[in-house]
Design a protein around this ligand. Structure first.
Ligand SMILES: [Fe+2]
Length: 265
């Protein structure tokens, strides 16, 4: 259940009303909405993510995953009537993805990605990161790979194209909100993934640690060529690193949802 706390802020004059010949000033309190669930996510992140070079322990992963499983769009100020989902650009040309950062520190980052229908976040990796993804609104196709380790010297599956590396397909399916949170790790769980919006979507990413070019955690993009098995199935793909694709460009927008209170207890 989503719970909200209304915190009183500064009193503000909103209108004057005549009352039996007198003018009465009516005050309205500024109201700040806080999501207890979002607060729990934040507090859990502070415990779970211990900094670069670390991976959360299974118990911590389970705890944060459980909080995210119960998260609702309202916890980050969203509903399906958002103007974002009705904008004209949705049906003209390549739809652009928008992103809003809720909070970011050295150990983790909370961000929401808004994808109009048919928008794509191209195949990209998360070096040395653990990432929780929670689809809040919409229907999205997610394709994900993990590198095959160690690199095979030879493969009967097909001839390796030059500059390509073999990866195992870990997910290739469609998700519809509300769905449980998924989690990927530095070398498992589908560290390299692609989001493709079937309908307008909003997805919350909890990333730890955040991308950092200076610390060797830059984002790389890939083009995949599925490998067809003898029985017709596709469980592997050749991944070739590519230049930053145009579809990866995003519009940064301001987060307008419930605020996180750092001193909240
Ligand atoms: Fe990602």
């Amino acid at each position: 259940m989503v719970e909200h706390i209304r915190r009183s802020g500064v009193n503000k004059v909103i209108k004057k009303r005549k009352c039996k010949g007198k003018i009465r000033v009516q005050l309205k309190k500024n109201v700040e909405v806080v999501s207890l669930t979002l607060q729990k996510v934040f507090s859990s992140c502070q415990e779970v993510f211990k900094g670069p070079g670390t991976v959360p322990c299974p118990g911590d992963v389970q705890k944060l995953q459980h909080i995210l499983d119960n998260m609702k769009p309202e916890d980050v100020g969203l509903n399906s009537d958002l103007r974002f989902f009705n904008i004209k650009s949705e049906v003209e040309g390549t739809p652009r993805v928008a992103s809003a950062t809720i909070d970011k520190c050295a150990n983790f980052e909370l961000s929401i990605f808004f994808l109009p229908a048919n928008a794509v976040i191209p195949l990209h990796n998360h070096p040395e990161m653990t990432v929780f993804s929670k689809l809040l609104l919409g229907t999205m196709h997610i394709k994900a790979y993990d590198w095959v380790e160690p690199k095979p010297l030879d493969s009967n599956r097909s001839t390796s194209p030059s500059k390509c590396r073999l990866a195992k397909l870990t997910s290739n399916r469609t998700f519809t909100a509300p769905s449980d949170a998924s989690v990927l790790y530095p070398t498992s769980g589908g560290n390299i993934h692609e989001f493709r919006a079937i309908t307008p979507c909003a997805v919350l990413d909890v990333i730890g640690p955040p991308y950092s070019k200076d610390d060797g955690r830059d984002c790389s993009y890939y083009k995949d060529t599925p490998v067809k098995e003898e029985d017709g199935s596709c469980n592997y793909g050749w991944l070739e690193e590519i230049e930053i694709p145009k579809e990866s460009e995003m519009d940064a927008i301001e987060y307008m949802g419930p605020k996180i209170i750092k001193s909240f207890t």
